[in-house]
Design a binder for this molecule. Sequence first.
Ligand code: IPE
Ligand code: IPE
Ligand code: MG
Length: 273
Amino acid sequence: MKALFDTLHPGDRDWELAQAIDPTRLPEHIAIIMDGNGRWAERRLLPRVAGHKAGIGPVRSAVETCARLGVKALTLYAFSVENWKRPRHEVETLWRLLRYYLKQELPELQRNDVRLQAIGRLEALPAAVRGELESAVEATANNRGLLVNLAINYGGRAEIVDAVNAVLEMARLEGSLGTLKMDEDLIATNLYTASCPDPDLLIRTSGEMRISNFLLWQIAYAELYVTETLWPDFTRTDLLEAVVAYQKRERRYGGLRADPPADRILIPALGPS
Ligand code: IPE
Ligand code: IPE
Ligand code: MG
């Protein structure tokens, strides 16, 4: 977290928020559904693609803030398998902006020691986009700081299907298909995100109370945080507020509160026997 304080000014809002964060209980993995670009543009009477363009700055800021905070992984939902339903011009602009982002941001990603990974059905992407992605992934492969998963042509159901098919294929090659028994570990270790822990905190901007096919398996016990802020308006302050809110939650994983304060333990009074 020291790296974050290096960029803050004592007394201002972000500094106060950072002071309120307990560095020993940071979310290890934050996932963000970056939603609301279209509405941001429409409210300004601009074409929807202007909202996507305005969404690049907040990506840069979220990556830098997570890297400085000391979060281990950040997964950003950039394009869903369902987003192909949008007008061709919008989809093409998204590819153009992604390529621009990758080219523009590579030096900054390197400076922040960020390792980039792309998750999703990447084989369906235009060749130029795939090429740009592959070279950015390769260029940052040896970095050891924040892992950024860019979810592109990503679907949570598709990911589970791909994991199951990978398990089946492995068993077929090993000749153990007949005795294969599926279990949670087999699926989890074949997900696109197998290399990082499940998200602790899932943020969705623009107020929509839905998951939209994002990380369906991995968010089983994620804390959900929905903000009305539209993605192009999402700042470091919003991210720090989400982390502060996350640290106020009580995670029980189906069990009971781990450590009830002594004054709340009720000892039943023993009556005369
Ligand atoms: C999210 O913003 C970006 C992508 C899905 C690529 P939207 O484009 O969904 O914005 P709204 O929801 O229409 O405002
Ligand atoms: C989810 O947003 C996908 C991304 C942010 C990339 P959408 O805007 O596509 O989701 P819906 O259609 O509102 O559920
Ligand atoms: Mg949307």
